[in-house]
Design a protein around this ligand. Structure first.
Ligand code: PLP
Length: 470
């Protein structure tokens, strides 16, 4: 599909939380210059759209700040759990990033994209023996061991493969990152990592294992963190531990991996993490530590996921059933939901929704389609709801769960069945968390780049969904 010529007349609306999302003077939502409603008609809905340029810009911003403040040898490993498909690995490799992976599926996807597997960091709190052997067969650069038990497993597997596996030990600093409980990982009572006070015995054990080479330590405190303080607190604890480890065990870390977790904006009130602010604070701490303790400056690794892809993506849906509940809530049902975005159902994650076409004033009723409705298309809604009913409406999905909500309090213009709405900043943890619940086929990912739209992941069919049934 060709970029819409209306791009030239686009007005940038400052308060959109999504880069490259604009509204034309006649009220049409444009993403990277493409008319969203036209894309929806062309590719169908639900539809994940990604701006490749935003992904690239996010990579550059992170990597530039990281290297400016933490050293030219610093490495950013994109956390594939945020969005894993072949094309994303090609893009991030092209931007000079490494990647982390947590399963054989993610490993294979990276491998199948042609990714340099020595640039892969393999994670997980319960890697199976098969996962470890597969990671080693593919030649991953580093494995992050979650426990001493895992170190022993990695060592045994490496020995039988005739290699010595470079590893990091994941330590849990015991701090509260002040983010949602379900995306916190650095607190004392975490299923991830080795409690920091047990680091000396874990390091001594790892140093004694013949199949591994202990290169350093890792720590990831949680996700969606914008305040530099939790990152600084974690680093302070890690540096303190490193100093003790050097005197107790003689171990000097060549690598410190600080994990990911850099926050993004989902709604107006969110603040995005600023890589310059965070990395300059971390850089000063690390430099001070190395200078005063005469500690060799370790190479720093980060693992950003969400901050690379979240605001590069939006999801388009078609509105179907619109009704008012007995309690007065206006329910706007769309043709997707928790199967393509389970994040509200999982942890009440907030999102922003916009109509794909809106009058310039913002709230008036408008003609809702540019394409004529076909026979199989939508009928007018049976209710004549006032415009005000949409000022605070619930956008809900089509799954058989009351918790299947996308946006519980959306502010929309009057929408009608057949209209397209966009949920913003869905690039992270949407496709990667999508399921076939209710046997719904997963939507495609269409990437936008240089005035062209291309399919990065095709739409599943009902046949795909049943393909593995015996
Ligand atoms: N690294 C590790 C070990 C993680 O567990 C996660 C997320 O769960 C990430 C990196 C990526 O976090 P984010 O997407 O918030 O940057």
């Amino acid at each position: 599909m060709k970029r819409n010529n209306k791009m030239q007349t686009t007005t940038f609306i400052d308060n959109f939380i999504t880069p490259r999302l604009t509204r034309s003077p006649d009220g049409r939502l444009l993403f990277d210059g493409f008319d969203c409603e036209q894309l929806a008609r062309q590719y169908g809905t639900p539809l994940y759209l990604m701006s490749e340029d935003t992904v690239r810009a996010n990579c550059r911003r992170h990597l530039n700040a990281l290297r400016r403040y933490l050293g030219a040898d610093a490495v950013a490993a994109y956390a594939g759990k945020a969005l894993s498909c072949r094309q994303i690995y090609r893009i991030i490799a092209d931007e000079g990033m490494y990647a982390d992976a947590v399963s054989s599926g993610e490993l294979y996807t990276a491998y199948a994209s042609g990714f340099d597997m020595s640039h892969i960091i393999f994670h997980g709190n319960n890697k199976t023996p098969a996962d470890i052997a597969y990671a080693q067969k593919l030649g991953v650069g580093l494995i992050v061991a979650d426990s001493s038990y895992e170190v022993a497993m990695i060592s045994r597997s490496a020995a039988s493969a005739g290699i010595v596996q470079p590893i990091l030990l994941r330590l849990t600093p015991g701090i509260d990152a002040h983010t949602h409980q379900k995306i916190s990982t650095g607190q004392a009572d975490s299923k991830f990592g080795i409690p920091i006070d047990r680091a000396p015995e874990a390091v001594a054990h790892a140093l004694s294992m013949p199949g591994v080479r202990l290169d350093g330590i890792h720590c990831h405190i949680g996700s969606q963190i914008s305040d530099p303080k939790p990152f600084c607190d974690a680093l302070e604890i890690l540096l303190d531990a490193l100093s003790g480890l050097q005197s107790d065990t003689g171990f000097t870390a060549r690598i410190i991996n600080l994990g990911g977790g850099f926050g993004v904006r989902y709604v107006d009130s969110d603040t995005a993490a600023n890589p310059d602010t965070i990395f300059s604070a971390l850089g000063s701490m690390l430099d001070d530590f190395c200078r005063t303790r005469r500690y060799p400056h370790p190479a720093v690794i980060t693992e950003p996921g969400r901050s690379i892809v979240a605001d590069a993506g939006i999801t388009l849906y078609t509105v179907g059933n619109i009704k008012q509940s007995g309690a007065g809530t206006t329910y706007v049902s769309v043709d997707g939901g928790m199967a393509d975005n389970p994040r509200y159902a999982l942890y009440c994650a907030p999102y922003t929704a916009l109509a794909a076409v809106e009058s310039p004033g913002g709230s008036a009723t408008i003609s809702h389609t540019s394409a004529p409705l076909s026979d199989e298309d939508y009928l007018p809604t049976e209710f004549n709801l006032p415009d005000t009913a949409f000022n605070d409406c619930a956008i809900v999905g089509r799954c058989c769960e009351s918790g299947d909500i996308l946006v519980p309090h959306a502010h929309l213009p009057r929408v009608c069945p057949g209209d397209i709405i966009a949920v913003l900043n869905t690039g992270a943890y949407n496709y990667s968390m999508a399921s076939n619940y209710n046997r719904l086929p997963r939507p495609p990912i269409v990437m936008l780049h240089n005035g062209k739209a291309y399919v990065a992941v095709r739409r599943e069919t009902p046949e795909d969904v049943a393909a593995l049934d015996c």
